[in-house]
Write a protein that binds this ligand. Structure first.
Ligand code: BGC
Length: 754
């Protein structure tokens, strides 16, 4: 019955594709067909339960690998999962699995299920897999797109060595409110930088051929406007204008799809009252009809079920109808598609064509990954050993760590420190190995993480002396903690105080009303500062912080985010000057939490405060509008001076215009400077931000070296989203800056003409 001869005979007789599938062994069907013929044959022969199963993904209940990162919902045992796979009723699993279980389950799928459709294994590989890189926000501080591509590529190598085919990354939400905990996962507050990082990360994950078993499918998320949740509160509503949606929140997604990303995740939030997961305008009209997206849309961990709580669907069945019809192809974790779709089709509430459309997209993605030809791709026991924590991957984590740190302040050139110094290293994080990876590491190899203390000791060797004291816990004092920290400080030449958030204080569901450093750590900082010892503060954080008191006033401050596996080495490289800081802030540091959302590319308003005048101006009573540290800010160990910005206008539409400025290293150390191009439209039919970033240049400058840095400006750089949502530039006057940050530099003015 299943012989090849039989198959050929049936084909010759013109038997329909569906009948052929029913008659074939799954393997035979898989092997003999390719492309859309295979997919249509499968769809034609699939039962409703098999189709609903291909639209339902669940987290791995075994958890041989992986931390728990989600609430427990619909927990099924391995036996039940295997039985469902054998019945061909499961698309795949996420966040766990590993090679051994992955192979076993894949064998069941391809050999026992009637359809033989291989499983897809997914995971949240957000900033590294076993080797952890800096959190995405930290890495964005490198302003280094090549670095982001290389770390995504290395993460794909490790993830695919653990059996992962599909990462739920990159997170490309533009986040302008630092109260939102998920700022940590993205590229910060700037849409243009967001586009650049989105592209780089997709390229790094996917490469040029998705069938490459060392690559993974990317899933830009969360579509869309999740970064705009009101008050920065997780899962909250986003009520934004269409122009803001199109100009700020959609561009990084469009860039990611342009780079080839073949999946996306619908966001938890609603936009102006319509939950993204059931938003036809978003998931179908924009994503597919307008942008031509050919991939698959997955819900975000029960988000299709949550449209009921949103008040957009009457019950679970209504939620399924609305979500699937809107264009959400796969249900994550709720099990609702699996539970209700067969009956909804039978009762005529969901046309079978809508189900088939979603199944087709799923099968096309599996096909693009080469899973039909090679179901055991990325499930290679040898790779599970050889491709994990390769020396070059660990070295990359150290490099990425170094490049992600921002030197905010360095009064009197306190940094770098001499390795011969006697140093007090103080703070709750200094020896905390488990906290190093930050908020979004599912598979970290914690034992191999290098703590800050270990990094310092390795760098100092036998030269100087290191006294360590924890001082307090992240959010609570410890008995005698301050006294022993003060004693350590008194015994030393200089103090390095590591202060800020624990990993658990940022990331998903960690919105904060006060983005300051917890009071227990502030009390410690005050006591240390009172010793009068020179104080270096190393901040750890998943967002911009509102700094106060002794931390704010410390003469040297490094913003270090969460740097991952090589934290200790990377920090020591910078603190002792074996490497120079080069990071730039991808988020503005406010004066105070109450200013949030606080971002550099805001609109002017009708009463901007342009001088010290206080009355009837757009301002707060208590603080200045100027950021404590602006977007783009970052010092080096040298001194960098920018000349005047020069522009050779006018720019003729369709033409290009050069702008340039000199950049000089007037210090006595080499440095790496990141020159930034900003633009501003003086008049527009939708008012435009006071500045927008449109270019970056990385410059290596020797002491005394002066270079001229230039950028080409074209109409595309001046384009903005008009009320009819078309994007183009209007003729008129523009300001341009080549600057070290969103606050610095001098401007030139030019005109664009038709
Ligand atoms: C998060 C997603 C994540 C998913 C699966 C959700 O809670 O919002 O970013 O991919 O869980 O872990």
């Amino acid at each position: 019955m299943h012989s090849g001869g039989h198959t050929r005979r049936m084909l010759l007789k013109g038997v329909s594709a569906g009948a052929l599938l029913s008659a074939l062994s799954p393997a035979a069907a898989r092997i003999r067909m390719t492309g859309s013929a295979r997919i249509e044959a499968l769809i034609a022969g699939m039962s409703l339960a098999e189709k609903a199963g291909q639209l339902s993904i669940y987290s791995d209940p075994v958890r041989a690998y992986g931390a728990v990162v989600n609430p427990g919902v619909v927990t099924q045992g391995l036996t039940e999962i295997k039985a469902r796979i054998a019945r061909g009723e499961m698309v795949g699993l996420f966040n766990g699995v590993g090679v051994a279980l992955g192979r076993a389950l894949q064998k069941v799928a391809v050999e026992q299920s009637r359809t033989g459709i291989p499983l897809i294994f997914a995971a949240d590989v957000i900033h590294g897999c076993r080797t952890i890189f800096p959190i995405p926000l930290g890495e964005a501080a490198s302003f280094d797109l090549d670095l982001a591509e290389r770390t995504a590529r290395a993460a794909a190598l490790e993830a695919s060595a653990l059996g992962v085919h599909w990462t739920f990354a990159p997170m490309v939400d533009v986040a302008r409110d630092e109260r939102w905990g998920r700022v940590a996962e993205g590229a910060g507050e700037d849409p243009w930088l967001g586009e650049m990082f989105a592209r780089a990360r997709v390229r790094g994950f996917q490469g040029t051929d998705l069938r490459d078993p060392t690559r993974v499918l990317a899933c830009p998320k969360h579509f869309a406007a999740y970064g705009a949740v009101q008050g920065g509160m997780e899962y909250n509503t986003a009520d934004i204008s269409d122009t803001t949606l199109w100009q700020v929140h959609l561009p990084p997604f469009k860039a990611a799809f342009g780079a080839g990303a073949l999946s996306t995740m619908a966001s938890f939030n609603d936009i102006a009252g319509v939950p993204s997961t059931a938003n036809h305008h978003l998931l179908t009209e924009i994503l597919r009809d307008e942008w031509g997206f050919k991939g698959v849309v997955v819900s975000d961990y029960t988000s299709e079920q949550e449209v009921v709580a949103h008040g957009y669907a009457a019950d679970e069945r209504d939620a399924v109808v609305k979500s699937l019809t809107a264009g959400c192809d796969i249900s994550m974790q709720s099990g609702l598609y699996y539970k209700h779709l067969p009956e909804l089709v039978q009762s005529g509430q969901v046309p079978i064509a809508v189900v088939d459309r979603a199944v087709r997209r799923v099968l096309e993605v599996k096909q693009a990954l080469g899973l039909f030809e090679n179901p055991y791709r990325s499930l290679d026991p040898a790779r599970q050993v050889n491709d994990i924590r390769r020396p070059e991957t660990v070295a990359l984590a150290r490099e990425a760590g170094r490049k992600s740190v921002v030197l905010l302040r360095n009064e009197g050139n306190l940094l770098p420190l001499a390795k011969t110094a006697t140093i007090a290293l103080i703070g709750p994080a200094i020896s905390d190995r488990a906290d190093l990876p930050g908020p979004w590491a599912v598979f970290p190899d914690v034992a191999s993480h290098v703590t800050i203390e270990e990094g310092f000791r390795a760098a100092m060797g036998s030269h100087g002396a290191l006294h360590v004291a924890r001082g307090c816990d992240y959010e609570a004092p410890i008995e005698g903690g301050i006294a022993s920290a003060v004693a350590a400080a008194m015994a030393c030449d200089v103090v390095v105080l590591v202060a800020g958030e624990s990993a658990g204080m940022s990331g998903e569901a960690q919105a904060r009303v006060d983005i300051g450093i917890p009071p227990a750590q502030l009390a410690l900082a005050e006591a240390i500062a009172a010793t009068g010892k020179p104080l270096v503060v190393v901040l750890r954080h998943g967002r911009a912080l509102a700094l106060t008191g002794a931390v704010r006033n410390a003469p040297a401050i490094l913003a270090s985010w969460f740097l991952g596996s090589e934290t200790g080495h990377a920090l020591a490289d910078l603190v002792f000057g074996d490497a120079a800081p080069q990071g730039r802030l991808p988020v503005s540091f406010p004066q105070s939490s109450g200013q949030e959302p606080f971002y550099y590319n805001h609109r002017s308003t009708g009463r901007p405060q342009t001088s010290d005048e206080k009355d009837y101006k757009a301002r707060y009573r208590e603080v200045t509008n100027a950021p404590l540290y602006p977007f783009g800010h970052g010092l080096t160990y040298a001194a960098v001076v920018y000349g005047e910005t020069m522009a050779k206008g006018p720019l003729v539409r369709d033409g290009r215009m050069i702008v340039w400025a000199t950049v000089a290293n007037t210090g006595n150390r080499p440095c790496h400077e990141v020159a930034q191009l900003y633009l501003h439209a003086r008049v527009a039919s939708v008012t435009q931000p006071v500045r927008v970033l449109r270019g970056i240049r990385h410059l290596d400058l020797a002491p005394g070296q002066v270079v001229t840095v230039s950028f080409d400006v074209t109409e595309a750089d001046l384009a903005y989203v008009h009320q009819d949502l078309r994007s183009f530039a209007d003729p008129g006057l523009f300001d341009v800056w080549i600057a070290p940050s969103a606050q610095g530099g001098t401007s030139a003015t030019f005109a664009m003409t038709d």
